[in-house]
Design a protein around this ligand. Structure first.
Ligand SMILES: NC(=O)c1ccc[n+]([C@@H]2O[C@H](COP(=O)([O-])OP(=O)(O)OC[C@H]3O[C@@H](n4cnc5c(N)ncnc54)[C@H](OP(=O)(O)O)[C@@H]3O)[C@@H](O)[C@H]2O)c1
Length: 239
């Protein structure tokens, strides 16, 4: 079993890499900062490797896609993602476009490389977000990229199941990582990366999908939000 995890230097991706190594996968950890990846791979022990690549750039995506096409991977965790906070019109356009490149373009390109080489039994996890269901003012482009990731994963789930390849969108809610402390939500709603990854691993093993919302609280809130008028949900999240 061989897994490639993007955004593996920190947060949910690092936790995925550790859990997968423990579960017997040979892990390739991908992110930009080589020092963090080297430290992670040393921690994981022999049989694992890393690839330093900026997935918001065409070169970085090409390098990772080449690795996937040649590496006989059985699992891809498309986890790397970034969020630009603030009013869309007041934030630099380049930041929003870089977010699109990382959260959408890289996910599509790596999924394509992986699925082109994957064999029956393989699995693809695209890390989306509950904000893909309930867009949050102040995170406009981020929410839209996650809606894209969820929708993309749903159709891939359908297309790939006849090949015996499982595709899943994993939708965490607020998760306490370096980039997100969850200060603006109640404690009971904040998950740890360990909780998110544990649930994801069970879901992959059980071929659950196409969309897995992590955490009971997030699942209930996402379900309730579907029943409310869209304008009311936007007002609640924007307030
Ligand atoms: N935390 C949350 O509350 C939350 C909630 C819902 C969904 N999510 C999603 O879960 C995923 C992981 O989030 P997280 O909070 O664990 O993130 P994080 O703690 O900020 O870690 C992000 C990881 O991605 C890497 N990365 C960032 N930009 C990159 C780039 N351009 N190319 C390659 N690697 C890059 C970072 O390493 P380098 O900086 O070294 O590249 C790091 O290893 C994301 O897709 C996020 O949208 C998170």
């Amino acid at each position: 079993m061989r897994a490639l995890v993007t955004g593996a230097g920190a947060g949910i991706g690092r936790t995925f890499a550790t859990a997968l190594a423990r579960a017997g996968y040979a892990v390739t950890a991908v992110a930009r900062r080589e020092d963090r990846l080297a430290e992670l791979v040393a921690e994981l022990g022999p049989g694992h490797d890393f690839l330093a690549a900026d997935l918001a750039t065409p070169d970085g995506v090409r390098t990772a896609a080449d690795r996937l096409a040649r590496g006989r991977y059985t699992l891809l965790v498309n986890n790397a993602g970034a969020a630009v906070h603030g009013d869309f019109a007041a934030t630099p356009l380049e930041d929003s476009l870089a977010q699109l490149d990382l959260n959408c373009r890289a996910v599509v390109a790596l999924a394509h490389a992986f699925l082109g080489a994957a064999e029956p039994g393989a699995a693809l996890v695209n890390v989306s977000s509950t904000l893909g269901h309930t867009p949050k003012p102040g995170l406009s482009v981020y929410s839209a990229t996650k809606a894209f990731v969820t929708s993309f994963s749903e159709t891939l789930w359908y297309e790939q199941k006849t090949r015996g390849i499982h595709v899943m969108a994993l939708c965490p809610g607020v998760t306490a990582t370096g980039s997100q402390q969850g200060d603006d939500v109640p404690d009971w709603l904040v998950q740890t990366p360990g909780e998110v990854v544990r649930q994801a691993m069970v879901a992959v093993a059980g071929r659950k999908g196409p969309v897995v919302v992590s955490g009971r609280g997030n699942a209930v809130l996402t379900g309730v939000a579907r029943l409310l008028p869209r304008s009311a949900v936007l007002s609640l999240l924007g307030g």
